[in-house]
Write a new protein. Sequence first.
Length: 378
Amino acid sequence: MDLYEHQAREVFKSYGIAVPDAAVVDHPREARRAAELLGGRVVVKAQVKTGGRGKAGGVKLAADPAAAEITARQILGMDIKGHTVRRVMLAQPVDIQDEFYVSFVLDRAAGVFLAIASAEGGMDIEEVAATRPEAVAHIPVDPAEGVTDTKAAEIAAAAGLPAETADVLARLWQVLVREDALLVEVNPLVRTTDGAILALDGKVTVDDNARFRQARWGDASEVRDTDADPLEAAAAAKGLTYVKLDGEVGIIGNGAGLVMSTLDVVAGRGARPANFLDIGGGASAQVMADGLDVILSDRDVKAVLVNVFGGITACDAVAEGIVRALDSVHLTQPLVVRLDGNNAARGRAILDARAHPLVEQATTMDGAAARAAQLANR
Ligand code: GDP
Ligand code: MN
C-alpha cells in the first residue's frame, strides 16, 4: 500500500524530518483560504499515488490565493497516468538550491535493504539513473544493523550529498523500520538557499502484511480507492485476487500454485497472459461467476482459460458458476475450460449441457493452454 504524499509528509514530520507547511483540500475555494493561511504564495500539488506529477502538470506554483484557487481548479479532476486528482496539497514554496534523491528499498533478491541516493535528484532522476548510473549510489544496509549515524554519513558521502543530510537519512530509516515500509523515498530532498534540508516530496510503501499494525491507513478496500485500477478494485471488493498483465489470455484458476503454473504453460504455448485471477481454494459458483465477470471486463483479453483442479471446490460448482456467469455477462471471447479433480465428470457434463458456442473444454492443462493460446493469437 502506497501512502499519498500528504500522508508521507505527516509521517516524515512526526519523525523529525523537516517538511514545508502544507494543507490538503478537495475544492478550489478551500484552496484560496488555505493559501491565505499559508502566506499567499503556494505550490499546488496533485495528490495521486503515482510519480511524475511535476512533468504531467500536477505541480504548479501560484503567486497568491486567487491564483491558488485557479490552479487548484485546473489540477483537481486532472488525470495523471490514469489516476484522477481528487485532492490537492498546498505547500509553502521554498527556494531550492540543490535537489537530492534519497531512498531505502527492500532488495528481495539480495535479502538486504538498499540505500539509493544521488546528488542529482529532482524530476529527471530516472534519466540520470539510466544515462549516468555512477551518479546514483547504491549502498546495502544490513537490516540487523540498520542505519547508524556512521552508516548515514557513509551513504551521504558515497552519493556526494552534504553532511547535513545524514541526519535525515537516519530518521528516514526509522520511518522504514517503525512504519513497516518496504520503500521510503524522498525526491527531491532539497537544500534551500538558506541552507535548510527539507523533504519536498515523499513516497512511502507500507508492507501489506503489516496492515494489522498500521491500521490507521485504513483497510484494504478503503485504500484501494479511486486511484486503483478499476478492475482490481472490483475484484478486491468481491474478495478476489486479480492481477493485470500485458498479454491477451485471461486466466482463472483456483489456488496460487495452479494459477502460476498456468501462466507458465500459456507462455510456453506462445501466448501472453492478459491477467490472472485466483478464485481461491474454497470457491463457490458465485465466486466463479464474479471472477469471469472481472476477467471479461478486461478489453485486452482475446481468449479466457479457466483451469480448475477440483478439491474442496468441486468441479460441478465451478461449472455452475461458469453457467451462471454466461447468463449474466455477454461472452464475446472464446472460453477454454479445463476441469479436473473432484466431480470433474459432473462439471464437464454441466458445461456440455449448456452448449455455449464460445465455450470449449479440454481435458489436460497443456491442451487447454495450447487451445487458449491458439484462439488468442488468431
Ligand atoms: P513528482 O513530479 O510527482 O515527483 O512531484 P514533486 O513533489 O517531486 O514535485 C516536482 C518538482 O517540483 C520538484 O522536483 C521540485 O523541483 C518542484 N517543487 C516542488 N515543490 C517545490 C517548492 O516548494 N518550491 C520550488 N521552487 N519547487 C518545488
Ligand atoms: Mn518527486
